[in-house]
Write a protein that binds this ligand. Structure first.
Ligand code: PLP
Length: 386
């Protein structure tokens, strides 16, 4: 038996979602861009899913949803697409990208690439609890800013970010605003309109749909330079649509929206049970403890051990959690998020992220809590002996 407590990495596909997808893999193989009835049947399924996704994001209209291959592509289309477009429209005046030190690599690596191609890319820091410093970010805004990108919730700590406040300031400065909402989808309410953002990225596999499908909310009237050429998605993203996965993503969004009022408190109760138990382990610390966080995510550090080794030790007991990034030798490296929060390297490398989700039970939490104290002490003893 496996206790899967790594829902921020990916989620199991719900059986209803698999069932909804199968006919689109097996029988209805039409291209949604074809005129004949087989094609139009696929088109109708894609458009239904677009509406289901739009509803969960608080979009004004389904036409604001661009279907993509993943969250990373949605982030890239938002940030590179907005930066290129703004630079073209202003004859190179708006070439500044403002983001943060705690973004996912889908944004960080991309802004590094854009920097090497002549864009200015600035990163605001965060406080000790992992909340982006909105004041520092706002001071980076001026009439050269093309796009601002701030994640909705951090994937490691679960800490929620002041997106609405930053969005208001960025739009006042004439920049487009993007938020990476990949981790918040299905865990807390998302309302693109209320957040005041122009662009918002999500991904299917974080919400019990398959991997390899994503979406980008593009507020009506916002223009982006496309990354994948072609006429699909109203010229915003070329490529024949992944009909089966889109159908699955749509249904998963509908289910998540319908169940949020129950799923969210259930996740929070589990998270609190886990936090109370883990914090009884000597030397354990909860990162971002005082900040508002996703209901499903708890991120801990333990002194005197390597988080990667802890993940392996728990895996041997049938428990799946995650640690931070690992170097080529397999030892943990301090994550950029914990570094930005000022967590000392020795603690940052001894990290464990626990993320619950659909299907998680008290029994999963209790299995982790039963095994963890011994695993931590064993690894500490081994580290001292080495
Ligand atoms: N953004 C965040 C915050 C994420 O956590 C992830 C995935 O872990 C992504 C983007 C990338 O999503 P995908 O795996 O669909 O490319």
């Amino acid at each position: 038996m496996i206790s899967y407590l790594d829902h921020n990495a990916t989620t199991p596909i719900r059986p209803e979602v698999v069932d909804a997808m199968l006919p689109w893999l097996r029988d209805h193989y039409g291209n949604p861009n074809s005129v004949h009835s087989l094609g139009q049947r696929a088109r109708a399924a894609v458009e239904r899913a677009r509406e289901q996704i739009a509803a969960l994001l608080g979009a004004a209209d389904a036409s604001e949803i661009v279907l993509t291959s993943c969250g990373s592509e949605s982030d890239a289309l938002a940030v590179a697409g907005a930066a290129w477009q703004a630079s073209d429209e202003t004859k190179g005046k708006r070439r500044k990208i403002v983001t943060t030190k705690i973004e996912h690599d889908a944004i960080r690596v991309l802004t590094g690439q854009l920097r090497r191609r002549g864009f200015t890319a600035l990163e605001a820091g965060c406080g000790a609890e992992g909340v982006v410093d909105a004041g520092e970010l706002k001071a980076m805004l001026d009439d050269e800013a093309a796009v601002v990108s701030v994640m909705h919730a951090n994937n490691e700590t679960g800490v929620l970010q002041p997106v609405a406040e930053i969005a208001a300031a960025a739009r006042a400065a004439g920049a487009l605003v993007h938020t990476d909402a990949v981790q918040s989808l299905g865990k807390i309410k998302i309302d693109a309109k209320a957040l005041g953002v122009d662009l918002l990225a999500v991904s299917g596999h974080k919400v019990n749909a398959p991997k390899g499908v994503g979406a980008l909310y593009v507020r009506r009237g916002v223009r982006l330079a496309p990354l994948v050429a072609g006429h699909q998605e109203k010229n915003r993203r070329g490529g024949t649509e992944n009909v089966a996965s889109i159908v699955g993503f749509g249904l998963a969004c509908e289910l998540a929206g319908r169940e949020l009022a129950v799923a969210s408190p259930h996740a929070l109760a589990l998270r609190k049970r886990i936090e109370a138990g883990v914090l009884r382990v000597r030397g354990a610390r909860l990162n971002g403890e005082a900040a508002q966080r996703l209901p499903n995510t708890a991120h801990f550090s333990f002194d005197g051990l390597d988080g990667h080794h802890l993940v392996v030790a728990l895996d041997l007991e049938g428990i799946c959690v995650s640690s931070g990034p690992a170097c080529s030798s397999g030892a943990s490296m301090p994550s950029h998020v914990l570094t930005a929060m000022g967590v000392p390297a020795g603690l940052a490398t001894g990290s464990m992220r626990v993320s619950v989700g659909w299907g998680s039970t008290d029994a999963d939490a209790d299995r982790l809590l039963a095994v963890l104290p011994k695993a931590v002490e064993k690894l500490r003893a081994a580290a001292v002996a080495a």
